[in-house]
Design a protein around this ligand. Structure first.
Ligand code: FE2
Length: 424
């Protein structure tokens, strides 16, 4: 006897009328038209069943702190970093835990069941590290939280940061972070990339660096990151986050850079909501968009995910844990408007992001964890268009969140199947 049978589902790859059979928290069969006895059954009525959303780039130690101790007046990255510096001494572990848990509730309700969060290690108390390790333990039954040791003020620039970073890893933080463009010189930035990649190689850890997050066309840290990845045999385990300078780089140089990144099997995370608001701030007109070159990276064979980065914090006053909003913005900024490109934007907040995190058991194949989302949409493009309601969210075969259907413009006017959904 199965625990759960989902019938009549549309899958993100276009398959229709699919059944998903679940036993002991795992997917045991995926087949068209399958009908087997189950303790619980769900008729998806042709709607989309997707693997959960994955956010490959977030800052959970800062989330939901908007207005503390003041708001970012200029809206720039640098004022955001300065503001975060003002907030840090005022933080308590209890307040970080409370805000992070609230965010995780939002996330689950939006079908977002895996998050990679950077955590600032520059405070020698490691207050935020301890708080988010506690949150990671508490949310584990329903959400995979992966932590990156992030030296916000620069691992070389900030006194004691390297020691703090190593202590954070000793405490159980999963991934080595960095911020080479915030070091004092280009040479120091390159030295920080080398140092941090060597540390990750010694400890058998993944790397995820904020890298070239500026409009400087001559910022070159992603080149160093790709080179060190290959030198140390870290292929497939290293991520360059933001890479906004690539937007402004010389086209000839990029034609040389893209194959280097592909050879290193570098992952890339663009953060469309943040990149479009923080970059181009020194421009008059025309103003640069400042998001990295997503279609060109994908065409070169590089795995690209979209991250949320910030929700209601010193850098960004909006956001709601909705990865479809992130995909929607990414699609617009990158002008990825073909049917195939729009589906790539859906992949950027699901399967591609799972590759960044190195998740195991992710997907809708036999043997995968029974984690999936029933969306009030018929396909990934419609899901992005509508920022579709997450009707039901399943974790290990159990429903962990449900949201009533909305009147949503699901079908074109005059179509007979546009009327109400009678989902249980
Ligand atoms: Fe970030």
């Amino acid at each position: 006897m199965l625990d759960l049978l989902v019938k009549n589902a549309s899958l993100p790859d276009g398959r229709k009328d699919m059944s998903i059979a679940v036993r002991d928290g795992k997917i045991v069969q995926v087949h068209a038209g399958l009908d087997l006895p189950a303790k619980e059954s769900l008729d998806a009525q042709g709607l989309l069943v997707s693997p959960p959303f994955v956010d490959a780039h977030f800052h959970m130690d800062a989330t939901l702190s908007y207005g503390l101790p003041r708001v970012n007046q200029s809206g720039t990255l640098l004022e955001g970093i300065a503001l975060w510096g003002e907030l840090k001494p005022l933080l308590t572990q209890e307040a970080i835990v409370e805000r992070a848990l609230a965010y995780c509730d939002w996330a689950v309700a939006k079908g977002l069941l895996a998050i990679r969060s950077h955590v600032d290690i520059c405070d020698p108390r490691l207050l935020a590290v301890e708080a988010l390790l506690e949150v990671k333990r508490r949310v584990a039954p329903y959400l995979d939280l992966q932590l990156v040791a992030f030296p916000q003020d620069g691992v070389l620039r900030a006194p004691g940061a390297l020691d703090n970073l190593k202590r954070a890893l000793d405490l159980g933080v999963d991934v080595v972070g960095g911020i080479p463009h915030f070091e004092r010189t280009m040479a120091d930035g390159a030295a920080s990339v080398k140092l941090l990649c060597e540390l990750a190689a010694q400890r058998g850890l993944r790397v995820d660096m904020h890298c070239d997050e500026s409009d400087d066309p001559l910022s070159r840290h992603v080149e160093t990151l790709a080179f060190e990845t290959q030198r140390l045999g870290l292929q497939g385990r290293v991520t360059g986050s933001h890479l906004t300078s690539m937007h402004s780089m010389d086209n000839y140089y990029v034609s040389k850079l893209l194959p280097l990144m592909a050879e290193a099997r570098l992952h890339v995370v663009a953060n469309p909501l943040i990149n479009i608001t923080l970059q181009g701030r020194h421009d008059s007109y025309p103003k640069r968009r400042g998001m990295t070159r997503v279609p060109e990276l994908l065409a070169a064979g590089v795995n690209v995910a979209f991250g949320h980065d910030c929700v209601m914090d010193p850098w960004y006053s909006l956001g709601s844990a909705d990865m479809l909003e992130v995909a929607h913005m990414g699609l617009h900024v990158a002008q990825m408007t073909s049917q195939a490109a729009m589906r790539q934007c859906f992949d950027a907040v699901t399967v591609n992001a799972s590759h960044v995190m190195g998740l195991t058991g992710y997907g809708l194949e036999v043997g995968c964890n029974a984690d999936f989302v029933l969306l009030q949409a018929r396909d990934p493009v419609q899901a992005i268009r509508l920022r579709a309601t997450r009707l039901k969210v399943f974790r290990r075969g159990k429903c962990v969140s449900r949201t009533p259907a909305s009147i949503s413009g699901l079908d074109l006017p005059g179509r007979p199947d546009q009327t109400s959904l009678m989902l249980p």
